[in-house]
Design a protein around this ligand. Structure first.
Ligand code: PLP
Length: 421
């Protein structure tokens, strides 16, 4: 089928707005009448700088990211290595900061620092789905499992059947109480595989969030976070760049970092320089060759959101948030109206607006196949769940139009009525 004849609900890489792709094909051939394409221009050229500045500015406007150069401001970084690269970057950075703070208090004595680190340093992880689990495993790989404090593991809660699907109440969490001991509190705002989304920002010292799959779908209380990161390939753009929003309090000159020599003496890992936030910040994301085309795509996607939803709030994402909520409600209500046929997997209290996970006839293999085949015949694609959990998953990212959702909802109803052809 031709583009436009299908509605695609894949979980990532995700759909992009067709007009953005149409102009992308033009700039690949000839960028701004320069005679060369955008992937061929230098990442240090004035044109590339303008692309970078525009994308950053758009993101600031959409999420109302504080601009100050002082400690209250936030830096926007573009990196490579995907969301997974940031699982590691976060640990390298927050541990280095933690050590530097101890050094300020305890002085240069390496043995004393080592003992304090061994006794006190904790990295808090909220494990609410497959991606936060992976991030916590990466942290354990880098600094040792003894430093990882699993604040909550949603699978171990009594009514969760050993699966992800709800977020245990905060009064059951085992957070590290003293800020001084806690290098970071990590959570994944939207668990793409399991369809579990936080309904509000959790509490925690030095809060770090993975927003890979719900970036730019709702307002975010940036000021509550030490850092927020996400790969671009869902709501933002093409696979190839990762965005990190990092508090200036975590970066030089407002913060000092432990030196690589000290980290090595303490048996801690020294991260690769391309994941080093201070290096990337100091070089305005141009420490090494940045894929400017990906930054351009992200900028066009953001500009469309700004144009589509005129200022109604200091965070210009408010309009898109309303649209995302509306689309998700349409889908969940079609599922909920047919409980014999469709069973939503996660608990109602944590249902994701971005990744809607459900079973057909309780997970009956032939019914699920029939559902997928029927959907495909109507041009509704990308509905199969992640291989690790099975079932169905409807990804409702920003580029999925209301019309596509209407078509899907009609199919959900027809299939349930047994009238799907
Ligand atoms: N975090 C979340 C929430 C994701 O959905 C994904 C990928 O789907 C990742 C992290 C990993 O991202 P990447 O594949 O870019 O490393």
């Amino acid at each position: 089928p031709a583009r436009g004849e299908v509605a695609y609900f894949g979980a990532g890489p995700a759909p992009l707005p067709t007009p953005v792709l149409e102009s992308a094909s033009r700039v690949l051939l000839n960028y701004n009448d320069s005679g060369i394409g955008i992937t061929e221009i230098s990442h240090r050229s004035p044109e590339a700088n303008a692309v970078l500045a525009h994308t950053k500015e758009s993101l600031r406007n959409l999420l109302d990211i504080p601009r100050s150069d002082g400690p209250d401001g936030y830096e926007i970084l573009f990196l490579q290595g995907g969301g997974s690269g940031e699982f590691s970057a976060v640990v390298y950075h927050m541990v280095s900061l933690w050590i530097a703070r101890q050094k300020q208090d305890l002085g240069e004595d390496v043995e004393r620092l080592r003992q304090t680190m061994q006794a006190e340093m904790k990295l808090d992880y909220l494990v609410t789905g497959s991606w936060s689990l992976k991030a916590s495993q990466e942290a354990a790989r880098l600094v040792g499992a003894e430093h990882i404090n699993v604040v909550t593991d949603a699978r171990k809660h009594s009514d969760s059947n050993g699966k992800f699907g709800r977020i245990p109440e905060q009064d059951t969490w085992n957070s590290t109480k003293e800020e001084k001991r806690c290098a970071l509190t990590y959570y994944c705002d939207n668990e793409t595989v399991d369809g579990v989304e936080f309904q509000s920002t959790p509490d925690g010292h030095n809060l770090v969030a993975d927003m890979s799959s719900n970036f730019l779908s709702r307002k975010v209380d940036v000021r509550k976070h030490a850092a927020i990161f996400g790969g671009a390939q869902k709501n933002i753009g093409t696979t190839g760049i990762t965005i990190a929003i990092v508090s200036n309090r975590l970066l030089p000159p407002h913060a000092s970092m432990a030196s690589p020599v000290l980290l090595r003496k303490l048996g801690l890992p020294v991260g690769p320089v391309v994941l080093d936030w201070p290096t990337i910040a100091k070089n305005d994301s141009l420490y090494n060759t940045l894929p400017i085309f990906d930054v351009w795509i992200a900028g066009r996607v953001m500009q469309r959101l700004l144009d589509k939803h005129p200022a109604s709030s200091s965070a210009r994402i408010a309009g898109q948030e309303a649209e995302s909520n509306k689309k998700a409600e349409m889908i969940y209500s079609a599922l909920d109206q047919n409980p014999q046929v469709y069973q939503v997997v996660p608990d109602k209290s944590v249902r994701s607006r971005m990744n809607i996970c459900f079973r057909v006839q309780g997970g009956d293999e032939s019914a699920e196949k029939k559902f997928l085949d029927g959907a495909k015949s109507k041009g509704l694609l990308g509905l199969k769940g992640h291989r690790s959990v099975g079932g169905m998953r409807i990804s409702n990212y920003n580029a999925v139009s209301v019309e596509s959702v209407q078509k899907l909802v009609q199919y959900l109803r027809e299939f349930a009525d047994g009238s799907a052809k």
